[in-house]
Design a protein around this ligand. Structure first.
Ligand SMILES: [Zn+2]
Length: 292
């Protein structure tokens, strides 16, 4: 459960489904279907693994899943299970209240990463985590307000505008360190301003929340890059920047969209060839503590 000074807990917002071809870009289906078998509509299971990072009075949440502001059609289209344990309940099962969260860090503002930022209360949208400051990358907010035709379906302003109305948003540019040892770092490629989150618990214990730079353990090989990415060669550059260091230093990786393997460390088998070594499987109740 510990990473140096920190206690990490994976809290899931449930599983959804996306087209397997879109998730693996130029990789042929005959290769990716061995890693992530598709359903009869060619969709693969996608986790929404968010991370609680606790130390003393600080409780930081990285990303907030899909949320509950979507209608039945949306849930059907994305293959969501209506009976799934969702993020607020997963947080409670981890032993925390929503009001215990002091910081929320968003990797980016696509709907599957920031949905529980807000919820409806008394006919209006309010921050789901009433005591938290929310950390958002400035360029991503600007882009989310003016999406293009290719990524418009990923942005829902109700996930972030109420944060500005409530005065709880903190904007940053290249990096932000909301609490010592937890740093959001811009790592573009998936889009122009997506961030990964680096965790340094002290004593050489480090981790990385990979967000959509490496969405599942199957995306560890350099050319396994999502078709959704706006700048795939930039994704490649950033994988080459970060994965060797993560392997060399034994970082605990958190794979946000891996429905089976949220935690894994990287091993460099040959130069530039990495493999993910799973730590523990995700249990059915959507709640998972990090291994020691
Ligand atoms: Zn995503």
């Amino acid at each position: 459960m510990e990473l140096g000074d920190f206690t990490l807990t994976c809290v899931s917002d449930g599983v959804f489904r996306l087209d397997g071809g879109a998730m693996f870009g130029v990789v042929p289906r005959v290769l990716w279907e061995k890693e992530k078998p598709p359903d009869d509509r060619n969709r693969i299971r996608m986790g929404t693994n968010c991370l609680l990072v606790a130390r003393g009075d600080d409780l930081l949440l990285i990303d907030t899943g899909i949320g509950d502001k979507h209608d039945a059609k949306f849930q059907h289209n994305y293959g969501m299970d209506p009976g799934a344990v969702r993020l607020p309940e997963a947080i409670r099962r981890a032993g925390y209240e929503l009001g215990d969260v002091t910081h929320v860090v968003l990797s980016h503002l696509h709907f599957d990463h920031c949905g529980w930022n807000t919820r409806e209360q008394g006919g209006r949208l309010v921050p789901t985590f009433p005591q938290a400051r929310y950390w958002l990358q400035r360029g991503e907010v600007e882009h989310g307000r003016r999406p293009n035709e290719r990524d418009r379906a990923s942005y829902f302003p109700e996930n972030w505008e109420p944060l500005f109305e409530a005065g709880v948003a903190e904007l940053f540019a290249d990096e932000a360190e909301p609490i010592p040892g937890v740093k959001a770092v811009r790592a573009p490629g998936h889009n122009a301003d997506m961030c990964i989150v680096l965790i340094d618990g002290g004593g050489g214990e480090k981790g990385a929340f990979w967000a959509d730079l490496v969405p599942t353990t199957a995306h560890v090989p350099y050319p396994w890059i999502m078709g959704y990415d706006l700048y795939p060669l930039t994704t490649l550059e950033n994988k080459k920047k970060w994965l060797p260091q993560a392997a060399a230093e034994g970082w605990l990786g958190i794979f946000e969209h891996d429905a089976e393997t949220p935690f894994a460390r990287l091993v460099e088998e040959k130069p530039g060839r990495f493999r993910a070594m799973p730590e523990v499987p995700v249990p059915e109740n959507g709640l998972l503590a990090a291994p020691t």
